[in-house]
Design a protein around this ligand. Structure first.
Ligand SMILES: Nc1ncnc2c1ncn2[C@@H]1O[C@H](COP(=O)(O)OP(=O)(O)O)[C@@H](O)[C@H]1O
Ligand SMILES: [Mg+2]
Length: 248
């Protein structure tokens, strides 16, 4: 198998809020192009980890490196899809998708190409001039994903983006996400507290403990896609992770 480079190196990461120890000496690597899912109980520090990575929070101890260097939000291209819905209400679908490219002052022809490519992939060509308030939940979420991928980010961070959605829609959007990930080769860190979602998506699953939070276990997940949630292998893996979580 082809050797992959380390994309994100987390070394002895500790994060306290005052007296509260949230992340406790955590070390792990995310490989380039990998799709890593992180599962852990509510309040264990999943969002805190992403906020440390993007420097929204100051790290108490340790470091997080991207390509071997401390992250530089000006140089590194990172898309972050937050837990809350984050389509910009005052922009149309097309303008939402173009937003990251506008910020980076991308070449007009490249912008046009990327926007068309994204509209095509997420099936929103006919809705390009709609505003978020005119869209269904599904279209809204697809707009958000398209915006995140439009810059071809080297790193895509997703924080429980589909937590509030019904099952059917979630699977559709997850398939969409996998399609985009395969086409772009982006490294994805996807956070969820939903075991089934993690196994449906991830190439590797990192299970976290309760606070003070450590890595409980890593599991590889190489089931063929699209994954069959009813297959024996899927169910076995789901049970295994659920069991790990039971001993939090
Ligand atoms: N800015 C903050 N100030 C103080 N405590 C915080 C802050 N952000 C998160 N926490 C605490 O850190 C813990 C982890 O929170 P969070 O990362 O949001 O958990 P998760 O995303 O895994 O549900 C919680 O106990 C939360 O109250
Ligand atoms: Mg969270």
């Amino acid at each position: 198998m082809e050797e992959r480079k380390v994309k994100v190196a987390t070394r002895h990461l500790t994060k306290n809020f005052g007296e509260l120890k949230v992340l406790d000496d955590i070390s792990f690597d995310v490989m380039e192009g990998e799709f890593l899912c992180i599962v852990g109980p509510t309040g264990c520090g999943k969002t805190t980890f992403l906020n440390c990575l993007t420097k929204l929070y100051e790290i108490t101890n340790g470091e997080i490196l991207v390509d071997g260097k401390p992250i530089d939000c000006k140089k590194n291209s990172i898309s972050y899809i937050l837990q809350e819905n984050s389509a910009m209400e005052w922009l149309t679908v097309e303008e939402n998708i173009r937003f990251g490219l506008d910020i980076r002052k991308a070449d007009p022809e490249l912008k046009r190409q990327r926007v068309e490519e994204m509209l095509e992939i997420v099936g929103l060509k006919d809705y390009r001039n709609y505003y978020p308030s005119q869209l269904s939940v599904s279209m809204l979420q697809r707009t958000v994903i398209a915006r995140a991928f439009a810059t071809h980010p080297e790193l895509l961070l997703m924080d429980e983006p589909y937590g509030q959605l019904d099952l059917d829609l979630r699977f559709k959007l997850e398939d969409e996400l996998i399609k985009l990930w395969k086409q772009t080769g982006t490294t994805v860190i996807f956070i969820t507290h939903n075991v089934e979602e993690a196994i449906y998506l991830g190439e590797r699953i990192m299970v976290l403990t309760n606070k003070p939070t450590k890595v409980k276990e890593f599991l590889d997940c190489d089931l063929p896609r699209p994954r069959d949630v009813a297959s024996d292998e899927f169910v076995a893996l789901r049970n295994k992770v659920t069991e790990l979580i039971r001993w939090w």
